[in-house]
Design a binder for this molecule. Structure first.
Ligand SMILES: NC(=O)c1ccc[n+]([C@@H]2O[C@H](COP(=O)([O-])OP(=O)(O)OC[C@H]3O[C@@H](n4cnc5c(N)ncnc54)[C@H](O)[C@@H]3O)[C@@H](O)[C@H]2O)c1
Length: 463
């Protein structure tokens, strides 16, 4: 059901977990006039936040965090109990990684136990909202059980429980949280929904109130749909490159012009945002799509359903980065050669390396005996700490990476890489060979500048 926005009420909100979701949610809710306390078990992260410095990279977050900290609207602590007791609502935003293809509930259950312990001595009504992505049944199952057993209070006895999935996109998280496309609240009862919706009282987007299980499912279906579009695009791109004379770029342009994807003249707006997912490349990565599709697949099996589509989505995705190495090997014996890897983050705008296509790519290049010289405008400090990049040398800038390499793999379509001119490649590289994992460069201009250009899914196999 759609619920109309009620009037704005400023609330006290505690947020457990200060990763991409928790910190962005907390900061943006503080901007809206709520008094926010962020909780994390990592004291170094808490210190950074209290100093007004975000420990993660998100456009616009640093200024906003400083501003709400300066106004006294947001602070951070490791003391969960005090923060929860001194708030009306607790958002649980801890991680739910997938381990061996299944959702790992350890962080969410630990957080729920802490909430329960605090609620044992709470006076006044309190709402607990699960914002982490969790499989259907988790909120009303393990989360509710942990809170009830640690508080000694049944749900409805002074506290309410709901599931409020988060749809922000990393790299655009602040913008997405400020202007959401939807707010979904899966509540166990109507009082919980009514109180919790006050958190979003002055957000004007559609608000959908459901059961907790439906809300949990909406999040998985949303992510799996987008991941499916990417794997579909990759399968099609790979097929296009097997057919001489088919230009995959124009195939996508032609598909995007469908009036259901791009409204025709006279209607507002250009191409729908979803067309970004109908373009092939190295596949999806990040902290959400791979783990959420894998978790939904294993969930499907637990309810006795086959997941042939989701199986294919993951299989296609796993192969895609390796196609880059196959293209490279057609041009170059990799043993002893240096390959510039431009971009390590799983997509532009973020410093997140989780499940980035750069990880299997670097591993495969190393396996083939190549040396890797990597660059990323934002993610290098994180990359330097990861064991997967232990043998990698990092370049100061893309120009240095090109100058010292025999070939270049473009992994992440950062704006600064999009702006590299074809002549930059030919001037900086002794023998300019570029494998374009994102379909960023114009083949004709690259050829005119003397660059050997190959695009994953764009280059005919016969080339
Ligand atoms: N990253 C995204 O773009 C995104 C988008 C939508 C939904 N989600 C979902 O939101 C959840 C969080 O994702 P994230 O990327 O922000 O995770 P993250 O790993 O970046 O952050 C999780 C944080 O929780 C902290 N934490 C763990 N246990 C805690 C506890 N008991 N008390 C306090 N803090 C604790 C960790 O120290 C860490 O800082 C996941 O379920 C994810 O699937 C993520």
């Amino acid at each position: 059901m759609n619920v109309s926005a009620s009037h704005k009420v400023t609330m006290k909100i505690s947020v457990m977990g200060t990763g991409y979701v928790g910190l962005v949610s907390g900061t943006c809710l503080a901007e809206r006039g709520h008094l926010v306390t962020c909780i994390d078990i990592r004291s170094e992260v808490v210190q950074e936040i209290n100093a007004g410095r975000p420990p993660i990279h998100e456009i616009g977050l640093a200024n906003l965090l400083r501003s709400v900290c300066d106004k006294g609207m947001l602070s951070a602590t490791t003391d969960a109990k005090t923060a929860i007791l001194d708030s009306d609502v607790t958002l649980i935003c801890v991680g739910t990684p997938t381990v061996d293809g299944r959702m790992d509930m350890s962080q969410i259950v630990a957080a729920a136990k802490e909430v329960g312990s605090a609620l044992a001595s709470k006076r006044g009504y309190h709402v607990v909202a699960v914002k982490s992505t969790v499989l259907p049944g988790t909120t009303e199952g393990p989360v509710k059980a942990a809170i009830e057993s640690h508080s000694g209070k049944k749900v409805g006895d002074g506290w309410g429980l709901c599931m409020n999935p988060e749809f922000l996109r990393e790299g655009r998280a602040v913008e997405d949280f400020r202007v959401p496309d939807r707010i979904v609240v899966g509540a166990t009862d109507s009082l919980t929904a009514e109180v919790f919706l006050k958190v979003y009282a002055d957000f004007t987007c559609p608000k959908l109130v459901t059961t907790p299980r439906t809300a949990e499912m909406i999040k998985y279906v949303s992510n799996s749909l987008l991941a499916t579009m990417i794997s579909f695009s990759n399968e099609i791109g790979n097929m296009c490159s097997a057919v001489p004379g088919v230009d995959a770029r124009l195939v996508w342009k032609g598909v995007h012009l469908d009036r259901r994807l791009t409204p025709i003249n006279g209607q507002v707006g250009g191409a729908a945002g979803v067309t970004e997912y109908l373009w092939h490349g190295l596949g999806f990565g990040g902290s959400c799509f791979p783990k959420d599709v894998a978790a939904l697949r294993s969930f499907g099996r637990t309810v006795g359903e086959q997941t042939r589509m989701l199986d294919a989505v993951l299989d296609i995705n796993a192969d895609q980065p390796l196609r880059m190495v196959a293209l490279l090997e057609k041009e170059l014996n990799l043993a002893g050669k240096t390959v510039a890897v431009l971009g390590l983050a799983f997509k532009p705008g973020t410093d997140d390396l989780r499940e980035s296509p750069a990880l299997p790519l670097v591993a495969e290049l190393r396996k083939k005996g190549a040396k890797v010289l990597a660059h990323d405008p934002i993610a290098m400090p994180h990359a330097k700490k990861r064991p997967e990049f232990r043998d990698v040398v990092f370049a100061e800038d893309w120009a240095e990476a090109l100058r010292k390499s025999d070939a270049c793999c473009l992994v992440t379509a950062w704006p600064e890489y999009r702006n590299i001119q074809p002549t930059d490649f030919s001037k900086l590289m002794t023998s300019a060979l570029v494998i374009d994992g994102r379909g960023v460069f114009e083949p004709a201009s690259m050829a005119a500048a003397g660059v050997v250009w190959r695009g994953v899914g764009f280059t005919p196999v016969s080339t």
